[in-house]
Design a protein around this ligand. Structure first.
Ligand SMILES: *Cc1c(COP(=O)(O)O)cnc(C)c1O
Length: 340
């Protein structure tokens, strides 16, 4: 029996068809710009999302870092959500490696950064202050697709103030599927966008940074500096192309399974449903029973991620099918109804 792993959508393994595409990939040295499959992936995604250029990189963390370093110089500042990945979950890379100061802004409950708070955080042009240069958003944020009208307003805000506008679109395609629009309608609002292929799309490795040619060239230089200049990466790009061709529309299935999981777990005594958004379900369970629950689920070959908080984030993805979902619900049910 395979494990049902709900810790994250990063755990997906390449399908057989994806592995075949990888096996047959034509490759070259990407530091010389000579890997045809990497070049095809970059051109394909740039074309689909309406950008001049793309850069294939190993991780979303590196993609965001390169974008920040392409937009900002030493001593510049970017406005970012206080709970955003680029600020909170990337080891402080912008500050550590880019000499870029983050200005965190508390999110509203829907994941948006209020424009009045952003406006108040922009520094005057004066030697006392870092130079505010960039606004970075994240979509989806904790599974939430940001409202399209907010994205339009934020774009206008950034334009009027001469700020660059970056999207951490690790799960851009989940946002697009949930919003019922082509991904271009979201991505096209931004100057630069980072997209992960290694999450719900199911590629083993890789992200692409998209933007204007000049910014992407700066990012390419920083990629080399960061040790991200890779060679015959075309085998990984082939997996990414396969993911884009075959795994985008099906994200709707992950969202539907998350909705089902939310409804069915929400009915159990001892489980408090906090919400579900795209492919993520958030529930509270009694903190004192977390370890016991984890051990019980493991016996049913179900993996969850437990911290010290009672809130669980359960993530559906390519490797969770209906049978797997049934096993998860049964295991939760047995745990929460069997004994008092
Ligand atoms: C996963 C993730 C990243 C970074 O991706 P890695 O490939 O794990 O470095 C960036 N932003 C968000 C919102 C993510 O979920």
């Amino acid at each position: 029996m395979d494990w049902v792993d709900l810790r994250s959508d990063t755990v997906t393994k390449p399908t057989r068809a994806m592995r075949e595409a990888m096996l047959l990939a034509v490759v070259g040295d990407d530091v010389y710009g000579e890997d045809p499959t990497v070049n095809a992936l970059q051109a394909k995604l740039a074309d689909e999302l309406g950008f001049e250029a793309g850069l294939f990189v190993p991780t979303g963390t590196q993609s965001n870092l390169l974008a920040l370093m392409a937009h900002c110089e030493r001593g510049d500042e970017y406005l970012v959500g206080a709970d955003a990945h680029t600020y909170k979950f990337e080891g402080g890379g912008a500050a550590v490696l880019g000499s870029i100061q983050p200005q965190p802004i508390p999110h509203d409950a829907d994941g948006t950064l209020p424009l009045d708070k952003l406006a108040a955080a922009i520094k005057p042009v004066d030697p006392h202050f870092a130079r505010t240069r960039l606004l970075a958003l994240e979509n989806t944020w904790h599974g939430r697709a940001l409202p399209l009208d907010y994205l339009h307003a934020a774009q206008k805000f950034a334009r009027e103030r001469g700020l660059g506008f970056h999207l951490d679109g690790a799960r851009l395609f989940n946002a697009a599927v949930a919003s019922g629009v082509h991904a271009r309608e979201i991505a096209g609002l931004f100057d630069t966008v980072s997209v992960c292929l290694s999450k719900g799309l199911g590629a083993p490795v890789g992200s692409v940074l998209l933007g204007p040619g000049a910014l992407v060239e700066k990012a390419r230089r920083w990629r080399k500096v960061a040790g991200g200049g890779w060679r015959q990466a075309g085998m990984l790009a082939a997996a990414a192309i396969h993911a884009l061709d075959h795994h985008v529309a099906r994200l709707a299935e992950d969202h539907a399974r998350a909705a089902t999981l939310a409804t069915r777990l929400g009915h159990l005594p001892g489980v408090k449903l906090l919400g579900h958004h795209t492919n993520m379900v958030f529930v509270d369970v009694p903190a004192a029973r977390l370890r016991e629950l984890d051990a019980h689920l493991r016996e049913a070959q179900v993996r969850i991620s437990i911290g010290y908080l009672p809130t669980l984030r359960l993530v559906t993805h390519l490797d969770v099918d209906d049978d797997g979902l049934e096993r998860v619900v049964d295991a939760f049910e047995a745990f929460f109804t069997a004994r008092k």
